[in-house]
Design a protein around this ligand. Structure first.
Ligand code: SF4
Ligand code: SF4
Ligand code: SF4
Length: 271
């Protein structure tokens, strides 16, 4: 018979949002739209699931005219790069009971975040040689630096069905949970040959799984788009990787999805 503590641990956390239909907004900051497209990519499955949701703003499909309408859940894609992005993010936070960030841009900043690791003045001049003086050029930060984020669905992009499944969990009044296994778990379940054991780099041992190890299934190594698993230290894997590649090459890999800062922070034991 389970003791009281076990009982408490397995009880799902409640969101107080359990209801028939959720009013949902899908908001885009600076992004490639890929996360939202992954929802649309579900096609008929998306249409079927939409019965449970009332869609307001969906930035790539339709505008909600009433800018004061309140939402049960706001889904936010992209990185807050401009003042306008930050204003939209703060405004939707005020109008939503539950805010879910989707994708590595919202989570870490991804491609724009690469600028954080180089001279951002030079970067903007290179990209916009004629208009760089007019371009906003802040450091790139995750959305959680600006507003309270209730849940992050990681990945670049996350799968559409995972986004809908999180919404369904919230609809049932339960706080969603992410898989706590590293990418290696699904990679090995899929019967892939281990790249690290073959002497090739891979970040899979410290990266949060749940992506079905899609990159490894296609023989590409994991670059960590879902972020480092909480509680995992990267030092042991780093020692292994530095026997295969240089520190510079490792840093380049870590910069692709913006996890370099976290990689070294966990080695110092900071939360
Ligand atoms: S997380 Fe990836 S797919 Fe989603 S908006 Fe950013 S770059 Fe695009
Ligand atoms: S290939 Fe990468 S993800 Fe797969 S088992 Fe090896 S280290 Fe882990
Ligand atoms: S294998 Fe790694 S890089 Fe590829 S989707 Fe999964 S977490 Fe992202």
């Amino acid at each position: 018979m389970p003791n009281k503590k076990t009982k408490k641990e397995i009880r799902p956390r409640r969101t107080r949002l359990g209801r028939e239909k959720l009013k949902v907004a899908i908001v885009g900051l600076t992004s490639c739209d890929g996360c939202s497209v992954s929802i649309l990519d579900m096609g008929l499955e998306f249409i079927a699931s939409i019965d449970h949701f009332e869609l307001g703003d969906f930035f790539i499909v339709m505008d909600e005219k009433d800018k004061k309408v309140e939402y049960d859940v706001a889904i936010v894609e992209g990185a807050p790069l401009t003042k306008k992005n930050i204003e939209s993010l703060k405004a939707i936070r005020q109008r939503a009971k539950f805010l879910v960030g989707i994708g590595a841009c919202a989570h870490f900043g991804v491609i724009p975040n690469i600028k954080n690791y180089i001279d951002k003045g030079k970067a903007v001049k290179y990209q916009y040689p004629k208009t760089y003086k007019k371009v906003e050029n802040p450091d790139i930060k995750p959305i959680s630096e600006f507003v309270k984020v209730d849940f992050i669905i990681p990945g670049c992009p996350p799968e559409g069905k995972d986004i809908i499944s999180v919404l369904n969990t919230i609809r049932q009044g339960i706080l969603p949970k992410l898989l706590e296994n590293p990418v290696c778990y699904e990679c090995q379940m899929n019967g892939n040959e281990c790249l690290l054991q073959k002497g090739e780099p891979c970040l899979g041992p410290v990266i949060r799984g749940g992506c079905r190890a899609v990159c490894l299934n296609s023989k590409f190594y994991c670059k960590g788009c879902r972020g480092i698993l909480p509680g995992y230290n990267t030092k042991q894997l780093e020692n292994k990787l530095l026997k295969l590649i240089s520190r510079e090459q490792l840093n380049h890999i870590l910069q692709v999805f913006g996890i370099q800062k976290d990689w070294y922070r966990v080695q110092k034991g900071n939360k």
